[in-house]
Design a binder for this molecule. Structure first.
Ligand SMILES: Nc1ncnc2c1ncn2[C@@H]1O[C@H](COP(=O)(O)OP(=O)(O)OP(=O)(O)O)[C@@H](O)[C@H]1O
Length: 656
């Protein structure tokens, strides 16, 4: 390498160092021109030898303490970055927002040279003190900056090449700079890219740490970029209020942070936050495809942190209390209180009995088996039991045995040692059972647990030890177990599809959640679900719709009802607050009609058999059909295939 031949200020085309044809992708000359002008205005002389002495030891400790969060998250990234450039006469430097070096890692031989210009903790590299340099100039410009050799303002820094990238907090505030500085002869054009990626990595780590609760969405227009540094990350409260996004997220969302703060999950991604929860509750979590507010299609993966799951569970059950909660209250505690047995008790007698029974075994070493049709709230009940138990401070780990492929369920549950099988992660994995240690393990769809694993699970429950795959060492574990199924386990035992011994170990207390059609608290439930759906203005259903709801048999139970209400709310016009039949989805009305048709046919047969007059037959049929349709004349007319006028003419005085 020949060294640089930089032309100094005042001559055109300057700042382009010629390093054996390897011209670095340097910062624009305008940017560097401006920086040099600033140096002149600071009163700096190019040949000056500035003060390189670091601040005292105790001040350095204070500096590290003041930047503890940044330093903690940056250090592992700095170490990885250093591994990439080791033995290249370079060093990795982290500074605070003022350019004060907080930490530095470097090759010994270069450190000696670097010490000449004091690239060491406690020395300030702001532009005012050290002239144009990547750290100081990146702070002023708030942009990744490369300053090579004689692009440095001070002659004493001409032997350096520096690549720096600013690090921003989730509030968009510059909080530090990551820099790689080395001997200018060791310049490598990939260094800047490495530094930028590393700074992004630090920002993402800081972002995850700041938003370790609620909902975090990882998104990108290309699915293969999810999980990479290119992904956008956005965070929301459990109720869907936008909190923040990383820099790439902001670019993808196309709005500045203050504008985004007025948004919600649904206004940005066109999907209610409850649908997100349902996706993760019901589907094996595949990537979501959503449409951004600006029409761009994105793929996304969400992380629903503990309190948001709890919040979602109860946002249906007790939204008014959730909304009344002042924001400064600890969310976990409040959410836990909301997802409790007390709040699931909405006035139905079967539920009341069930909750009484469950309350008696809380905190005892008694396994609970929850049965019930799909969507009756087995998952929600399991969470409430945990939250009301003395284990509430411990983890609640849910495993859906039906959604994990049979080949993976063993490693998911029991974990595995390093290299236990082909494809196993290095360093092994802690299984779900151990993750639940000290808390509750919820085995949903236990009827889908492969028979081969049932014996291993029984051993865990009886001996309270887990043996990870590939390990010879059992690990003690202390978990409460709640299971749920909508299968008939006794039938399965008879078919040898479920082990009898495991069944008796699991069924300490068996409770059956009533289907929605049998519940006497439907009105309360509907109103609570609607409250959860409404943003500000509370919605209600018309008396006619409520009558139809009471007659429907709700095969999908709560899940069906809440989806239906969510759709109906969207159908409401501007300023409308009451859900009428016209707001209900067609398939629901068709189901209702199909049932009514069948009932009408049966009624006709019965009435005709009683040998009444034709008028009697008509009146009885109309009256019963009206009843079946909740008094709705249009629906009755449709079901009977006559006009509404015919119904009005022939209907008895008091139809329902
Ligand atoms: N009591 C309730 N009040 C309001 N919403 C409820 C209630 N119970 C359940 N839900 C809602 O209904 C949906 C289904 O509930 P959950 O997943 O607990 O049912 P499940 O019985 O476990 O269903 P599956 O057997 O299909 O897994 C969820 O969105 C849940 O929040």
């Amino acid at each position: 390498m020949t060294g640089d031949k930089t032309v100094h200020a005042g001559s055109g085309g300057r700042y382009l160092p010629q390093t054996d044809g390897m011209v670095p992708a340097i910062s624009s000359s305008t940017m560097l021109d401006e920086s040099h002008r600033r140096c002149v205005s600071y009163g700096l002389s190019e040949t000056a030898r500035p003060d390189f002495s670091p601040i005292g030891r105790s001040d350095i400790s204070l500096l590290v303490e003041q930047n503890r969060v940044l330093h903690t998250h940056a250090l592992p990234v700095m170490e990885t970055l250093y591994e990439q450039i080791v033995n290249t006469h370079n060093m990795v430097v982290l500074t605070d927002a003022n350019g004060m070096i907080v930490d530095a890692l470097g090759d010994d031989d270069f450190l000696e040279k670097a010490n000449r210009v004091a690239l060491q903790p406690g020395v300030n590299w702001s532009e005012e003190g050290k002239g144009t340099n990547a750290i100081g100039t990146a702070i002023v410009e708030k942009k990744p900056t490369l300053v090579h050799a004689s692009q440095h303002y001070l002659v004493s820094n001409h032997f350096l090449t520096c690549s720096a990238a600013p690090i921003f907090s989730h509030q968009g505030k510059l909080i530090g700079v990551l820099d790689v500085t080395g001997d200018q002869r060791s310049f490598h054009q990939h260094t800047m890219a490495l530094v930028r990626m590393s700074a992004q990595m630090i920002e993402n780590q800081l972002f995850s740490a700041a938003f370790d609760d609620g909902i975090t969405l990882h998104f990108h227009s290309r699915p293969e970029f999810i999980g990479t540094l290119m992904e956008g990350i956005a965070s929301f409260t459990p109720s869907g209020r936008f909190l923040s996004a990383n820099r790439i997220g902001l670019v993808q969302l196309g709005l500045p942070l203050p504008a985004l703060q007025a948004h919600t999950f649904s206004s940005l991604f066109g999907m209610p936050v409850s649908a997100l929860f349902d996706h993760y509750r019901t589907a094996s979590p595949s990537l979501l495809t959503m449409c951004l507010h600006n029409g761009v299609r994105v793929h996304a993966r969400a992380e629903l942190r503990r309190s948001s799951m709890v919040f979602q569970n109860v946002s249906h059950a007790q939204p008014e209390a959730a909304q009344a909660r002042p924001p400064e209250q600890p969310r976990n505690a409040a959410a836990r209180r909301l997802s409790s047995l007390h709040y699931l008790n909405t006035g139905d007698t079967q539920m009341q009995r069930l909750i009484d029974k469950v309350g008696k075994v809380l905190g005892r070493d008694i396994s609970i088996l929850i049965t019930g049709e799909t969507g009756t709230g087995k998952d929600l009940l399991a969470q409430a039991i945990h939250n009301d138990s003395p284990r509430a401070g411990g983890p609640f780990v849910a495993v859906n045995c039906a959604s994990i492929p049979e080949t993976l369920i063993e490693s998911e549950l029991f974990g595995y040692e390093d290299g236990a099988f082909t494809g196993a992660r290095k360093k092994g994995s802690v299984g779900k059972i151990l993750q639940a240690n000290g808390g509750t393990l919820f085995l949903d769809e236990i009827g889908d647990m492969p028979v081969s694993l049932q014996a291993r699970l029984l051993r865990v429950l009886q001996e309270r030890v887990v043996l990870p795959l590939g390990s010879s060492k059992s690990i003690p574990v202390n978990v409460a177990v709640i299971c749920a199924t909508n299968r008939n386990l006794r039938d399965m035992i008879a078919r040898s599809a479920f082990r009898e011994d495991l069944y008796y170990r699991l069924n300490g207390l068996v409770v059956k959640l009533p289907p929605l059609r049998e519940r006497t608290d439907l009105e309360i439930v509907v109103n609570r679900l609607l409250l959860a759906e409404s943003e500000g203005q509370p919605h209600k259903v018309s008396a006619e719709v409520m009558r139809m709801f009471k007659q429907h048999n709700w095969p999908g139970n709560f899940r069906q009802l809440s989806n239906l209400l969510r759709t109906a709310v969207v159908m409401l016009g501007e300023g409308e607050a009451e859900i009428g039949i016209e707001h209900l989805p067609d398939d629901f009305l068709e189901d209702l009609n199909a049932v009514a048709h069948q009932e009408t046919a049966e009624n006709i047969e019965r009435v005709v058999n009683r040998a009444s007059t034709l008028e009697d037959v008509e009146a009885t049929v109309i009256s019963r059909s009206l009843k079946a349709h909740g008094g709705n004349v249009s629906a009755t007319a449709r079901a009977l295939g006559v006009s509404r006028n015919t119904i009005y003419r022939k209907m008895p005085q008091s139809p329902v």
